[in-house]
Each structure stands twice: as C-alpha cells, then as structure tokens.
Design a protein around this ligand. Structure first.
Ligand SMILES: [Cu+2]
Length: 359
C-alpha cells in the first residue's frame, strides 16, 4: 500500500518536472515552415528578397516608397510559438544559443539520469526489501563509503551545472558597448512604444494588428503588430524598458530576451540579433484586461536597410555627436566663447545678448 503511494507521488513529480518545457503554443496559429530559408534569402536585399510590396502594408510603412523601406513578409517569420511544439523556440542570439545548448546538453541529460537512477533505486527497494521477501531487515545504520559518495557526487554534479550557468548569467548582464544602438521600449495599457533617442528621438507606436487583417496577410493573429520594432542585425543594441502606467514585461523567446518594464525605472540589457527575420513576443507581466493583446513584433534588418527605415520614420543617422552639438548650441556658451572671454558669466551674458542662450 505504502509503496504504491510512493510510486504515485514519484510519477507526479516527474510530470511536474517536465511540464514547464511544454511550449505555450497558440491554438489559432497555423504551423509555419521551420526549415531554414534558402541561402539567398538569408540576407534580404532589394533585389533578391521576397519582400512584401509597399502598398500591401501601407500602415506599417508610411513613406516607404521614397526611402526604400518595405516591411518583411510572412516568409521571414523565424521566432514564433507553434501549435503542439515542445521545448524552446529556435534561438537567434548568442545568449539564446548558449542557453539552449546548456539546457539540451547539460541540464536535460543530468535530470534524466538522476530521475532514472532514483526510480531504479526505489523499485529495487520495493521489490527486494518488502516485508514478504525480507522478513528480518538488517539493522545497519552507518556506511562511511556510501555517505561520502552521496555527498561528493551531488556536489560534483552541482559544480558541473554551475560553470556554464554562471557564464550565461554573466553574459546576460554584460554592459552594452558605448556605441551600441539605444532603443527604449515603453509599456502602456495596452500597447508598446519604441523610441530611438540617439537617432532623432522618433517614436513608433505599436498596437496589435487586428486578427482578421493579420490572418489575411499570413501573419500569426494576436502576435503581429501594426508597426514593428525594426532593429539592425549583427550590431549590439542597448534595449531599455520602462512603463507608463503599470508593470509590463518585454519578452521575445526566440531572442532570449525578457526584461520587466517598470514605471519610473529604466531597465537595460544588451541584445544582438544574428539573422534578419521577424521575431514575435508578448508582454509577460500580467498588466490588465488586454494584457494578452499587446504583442511584440521585432523585425531585424541588415544595417543599411535599418538605416533606411530610420530615415523613413523621420529619424536621423548622425547618432550622438549630432545631437550633442545641437544641444551645446541651445543650452549655453560654446567652448569658443569661454576661451575668448574672461569668465563663464561673461560668456553667458554675451549669449544672452545675442539670443543664443536658454533657447
Ligand atoms: Cu503589459
């Protein structure tokens, strides 16, 4: 009777242990092709890429004709949940690939071996040492060798897990280089805005694309956005998150990215996307009635094409230098003024007279 109970609880524990790996697939998404794209399709250019015509998604690409930016079509979808899928989505960032490797090559084998070993031990005890087959049990209480083994072996297993785990943790906290491209994602009830402070401070408002429209265009319903977050491929991105009302969370599974967006606070993580494509995510912090309807659609483009997109949105390519120069002129006396006059106060007075200060 008792052994049956133990067995039942073990089965339950095994089921619980494997449950989190089940992907949260959306029921209404058509299974998409998972095959890697043909080599010529890996780098979309205006000549060879199967791009959607500008007119087909005019809402997502205002002024696309002049700038040459056209949103990528459904054949570029790389990161999205799939119906019936099991495990992680394919990874398109260095951290993601490493984490997936760690999960598949280290964690899963260790978990499997330990589970089978404990199961075998339990079965052995149940069969060999039950009351019927072993009526007079041994009274042994200590065995030094076994005690040393069951202390040292688990410690070594933990060590084997700790090394790649700490490496991954450190890599995820790596500070972006100074020239990384800054993007600020702000969560609202219930949509996202993306602003580019180093590129003219333009802002993209990204709402969920209506489901019928998304289906008609071949995009996954409830995951596609009317305006995507367009990012460059192969360069470090400083992705910052914040929120305007309640806590949201910016999460894109296939880019191994999840960062809470907290009102009054700026969180930051580096992201480098390896391939052009479309990667879907969702708000991952319960934020209210329409929490499920504020998807994240990331479109990764080669650097030059991303620049074209920036220009199409009214942004600038000058980066920080240009904005710093502008700021210097507006805010106060320039370095030249200070050199040719005696004091800073005088320089400010000069500027006030000529109307260049405090503009
Ligand atoms: Cu949210």
């Amino acid at each position: 009777m008792k052994s049956g109970k133990i067995l039942a609880s073990m089965m339950a524990a095994t089921l619980l242990a494997t449950a989190p790996y089940a992907a949260s697939a959306q029921a209404d998404i058509e299974p998409q092709q998972t095959q890697p794209l043909a080599p010529e399709a890996q780098t979309p250019t205006n000549d060879t890429s199967p791009l959607v015509g500008a007119g087909e998604r005019g809402d997502a690409a205002e002024g696309s004709d002049a700038s040459g930016y056209t949103p990528l079509g459904p054949e570029w979808i790389k990161g999205q949940p799939e119906a019936g899928a099991f495990g992680f989505q394919e990874q398109y960032s260095e951290d993601g690939e490493y984490a997936l490797w760690m999960h598949n090559a280290i964690l899963l084998p260790i978990i499997t071996i330990i589970s089978l070993f404990v199961l075998a031990l339990l079965l052995w005890v149940i069969v060999r040492y039950n009351k019927k087959s072993n009526p007079t049990p041994s009274r042994t209480t200590h065995n030094t060798l076994i005690e040393v083994v069951w202390t040292v072996v688990p410690a070594l297993i933990l060590l084997v897990i700790a090394v790649p785990s700490i490496r991954l943790l450190a890599s995820q906290y790596e500070t972006p280089p100074e020239d990384a491209i800054t993007v600020k994602a702000t969560g609202y009830q219930w949509y996202w805005t993306y602003s580019f402070p180093d590129h003219g401070e333009f802002e993209i408002i990204s709402n969920m694309m209506p489901e019928d429209e998304a289906r008609a265009k071949g995009f996954p319903a409830q995951l596609e956005a009317d305006n995507r977050l367009v990012l460059p491929v192969g360069v470090p991105i400083r992705l910052q998150t914040t929120a305007a009302d309640v806590i949201h969370s910016f999460a894109v599974p296939s880019l191994w990215f999840k960062l809470d967006a907290v009102p009054g606070r700026l969180n930051e993580r580096m992201l480098t996307i390896e391939e052009p494509g479309i990667y879907y995510g969702q708000c991952s912090e319960l934020c209210g009635a329409r929490h499920a309807y504020m998807p994240i659609a990331v479109e990764a483009l080669p650097f030059e094409q991303w620049q074209q997109w920036v220009l199409a949105q009214g942004g600038t390519l000058g980066g920080e230098e240009a904005t710093e120069e502008d700021a210097a002129v507006e805010v106060g006396p320039s370095a030249d003024d200070i050199e040719t006059t005696d004091t800073i106060e005088e320089a400010i007075d000069d500027d006030l007279e000529t109307g260049t200060a405090g503009a």
